[in-house]
Design a protein around this ligand. Structure first.
Ligand SMILES: Cc1ncc(COP(=O)(O)O)c(C=O)c1O
Length: 344
């Protein structure tokens, strides 16, 4: 089947591969952890994930590097974030070492489907999920849990890779509640964004930005990526500090790279919706989005153009290059960021 895959043509969509990882939890213990072949999940109709959305998930990637290895990017960080979500949603944690081992095993088992180095940033998407299962009709925490990981080779989230995009602010809806679950990757956070996403794509926009739900005056984030802006004159890298934003691993990495490799000032602070003029560049950042620069952001009747409608700004370009060069093994990574799936 792999000979049918054209690595250069991959987009961000699902391809079924032979193996997935599953582990089951009951009576306080994980059991039967291992590889399985059935893509159908063993979930009952009364499961809390299906009825009440008791679930958290992750989205990381495995990369085929320049020297022919297959590596994971900061998998421990993704495991820790999953567990922060698990605690908030009254679910058992997956030990981080077990999370990392499971990611390695499922990638190794599907190695033929890991895009090799040098195909437009194509990589293997990893989707871990922790789900409340079993028969449990009450609105209360499940008594059984399923940890499952599927993987799929993917290309860039947006066609064309590193090109500017047109974004729009949804000023009629909040992504999450002010003291809700915005800072964890709960399945429920995503469903409410789908209707706007559908509508704006039909109008030619690429993605939706949300404001902070408490005051609606500051940028929070996209439905599946964090937001950054580059200050005019200083080139300061600024990204929203907000309890309703998911703490992105890409953001954490770019804050470090901007400061330590590109020598930029960095700030986690407020980006006011009426102060876009302060910034030369802006964009989305995330595991899937990588860096997706903003051509424009539309808020109500105002369409603000950042660096250019057709060109990518120099700081966005430099950040993209530095991050992807680390992920694909072209430059040395900061300690602990890269995990070879073949090493213990
Ligand atoms: C709401 C939201 N924000 C930001 C991100 C980006 O996070 P990361 O860089 O860890 O992929 C994601 C993707 O996981 C997301 O779903």
């Amino acid at each position: 089947m792999t000979d049918k895959l054209n690595w250069d043509e991959l987009d961000f969509s699902y391809t079924e591969v032979p193996y997935r990882w599953r582990a089951y939890w009951k009576d306080g213990e994980w059991y039967k952890a291992g590889l399985e072949t059935d893509p159908q999940l063993p979930i009952r109709e009364a499961a809390p994930i299906v009825n009440y959305g008791q679930g958290v998930f992750e989205g990381n990637k495995a990369y085929g590097t320049k020297d022919g290895k297959v590596v994971l990017f900061r998998p421990d960080e993704f495991g820790e974030r999953l567990n922060r979500g698990a605690r908030r949603m009254a679910m058992p944690e997956v030990p981080v070492e077990e999370f990392v081992r499971a990611c390695k095993e499922v990638v190794k088992a599907n190695r033929d489907y890991v895009p090799p180095y040098g195909h437009n940033g194509a990589a293997m998407f990893i989707r871990p999920m922790l789900l409340g299962v079993g028969d449990h009709i009450q609105v209360s925490a499940a008594e059984e849990y399923l940890f499952t990981i599927y993987v799929s080779p993917v290309g860039p989230l947006y066609k064309g890779g590193l090109v500017p995009h047109n974004y729009i602010i949804d000023h009629e809806h909040d992504r999450v509640a002010a003291d809700g679950t915005g800072n964890i990757k709960a399945t429920a956070n995503y469903a409410s964004t789908l209707a706007t996403a559908k509508k704006i794509r039909e109008s030619g926009y690429d993605d939706v930005l949300y404001l902070d739900p408490a005051t609606h005056t500051k940028i929070d984030e996209f439905s599946s990526a964090n937001f950054f802006a580059i200050e005019k004159d200083t080139n300061k890298f600024v990204t929203p500090k907000s309890d309703t934003v998911l703490p992105s691993i890409t953001k954490k990495s770019l804050l470090w790279l901007a400061e330590n490799r590109l020598g930029l000032e960095v700030e986690e602070g407020d980006i006011k919706v009426d102060e876009f003029d302060k910034y030369a560049e802006a964009g989305a950042m995330g595991n899937a989005a990588i860096i997706s620069p903003a051509a424009s952001v539309t808020y109500k009747d105002d369409r603000h153009v950042f660096y250019s409608e057709t060109e990518v700004g120099p700081v966005s370009k430099a950040l993209y290059k530095e991050l992807t060069a680390i992920q694909f093994g072209e430059v040395e990574a900061p300690e602990g960021w890269i995990v070879d799936v073949d090493e213990d």
